[in-house]
Design a protein around this ligand. Structure first.
Ligand code: A2P
Length: 280
């Protein structure tokens, strides 16, 4: 599995396994175990997903040296529905809870969601403290728009957003490119909502992967320099989705896919209606 730079000296496997909506317990453990067996070395979980303990367990039981596996997790103190008084303490608590659940530190911790403006900087400072304390190797943000990123004075090196041909993020991409921020793409398959699009079918057929338009989407992401996190709970799909390093999309195919943007937010749908300059 090729690796890319995170911009802070650390490296990241170029494709990861997304674990949002992967049910906790046996399902999560089995699919992580299978992904590791298939060669995945990058797992993307979050406190909010409630499967951190399963990820930690499957990693331990895999027998693969821990340092060969990259784990991303995310903290989001408000996700429990409580009002956060002291944002700094809440984020450090959330990181500690995450480390306890995983049974190991995560390699990359992210602020899961751009919380209210008054706390955004406090949250970021707490993540920096977590990094100083050795609880996080790298840190970054998730679901941040340009306006949110600007508030952090160019600090993050890594940013995760929903990103696929049907939901381009030109503004965020330009902002991140200018500052060396690595973009990680969640829902790179657009939740499988557009796999029958003719441009995808055509590219898939030309590359002999006609049964897996999903592969074209993952490859599109890799060729853009994003780090896609395709999610599946089925082992045959998990195997398929990472098999993207044996073919290359032509400039023409990339351009055809680039032109498909339709503001298709598969997550947080309502964002499509909101101010696009402030939200991812
Ligand atoms: P399942 O988990 O049942 O395999 P995204 O990564 O964009 O969030 O998309 C995840 C969705 O795409 C899930 O519903 C997943 O279903 C489905 N999916 C994952 N891999 C493939 C594939 N290779 N072909 C078709 N659908 C897929």
């Amino acid at each position: 599995m090729p690796r890319v730079s995170l911009g802070d000296g650390n490296m990241l496997p170029a494709v990861g396994l997304g674990l949002y909506y992967t049910p906790p317990g046996a399902v999560a453990q089995d699919i992580v175990r299978e992904a590791l067996r298939l060669g995945y070395r990058h797992l993307d979980t979050a406190g909010f997903y409630e499967n951190e303990a399963d990820v930690g367990r499957a990693v331990r039981e895999s027998g693969i040296p821990r340092e060969q596996i990259h784990i991303t997790s995310k903290v989001w103190p408000e996700a429990e529905g409580r009002w956060v008084e002291d944002g700094f303490a809440a984020v450090l608590d959330a990181v500690n809870a995450s480390v306890a659940a995983l049974g190991t530190r995560a390699d990359l911790y992210l602020i899961h969601w751009p919380v209210n403006p008054d706390q955004r900087i406090e949250y970021w400072l707490a993540l920096e403290e977590a990094q100083r304390l050795g609880l996080a190797r790298s840190i970054g943000v998730s679901n941040f728009g340009v306006a949110h990123l600007q508030q952090l004075i160019d600090s993050p090196r890594t940013s995760v957003v929903e990103l696929h041909p049907f939901l381009r993020k030109d503004e965020i991409e330009a902002f991140c490119a200018a500052r060396g921020i690595r973009l990680i793409a969640y829902s790179p398959l657009a939740r499988a909502l557009r796999l029958d699009h003719p441009s995808l079918e055509a590219a898939a057929a030309r590359h002999g992967v006609s049964t897996a338009q999903a592969l074209v989407l993952v490859r599109w992401s890799v060729q853009h320099g994003y780090v896609p996190l395709p999610k599946s709970v089925r082992s045959e799909r998990v195997a398929q989705n990472v098999d993207v390093f044996g073919f290359e999309l032509s400039a023409q195919e990339m351009a055809a896919l680039d032109a498909l943007d339709e503001r298709l937010f598969t997550e947080w749908e309502e964002w499509g209606q909101l101010d696009p300059t402030a939200l991812p």
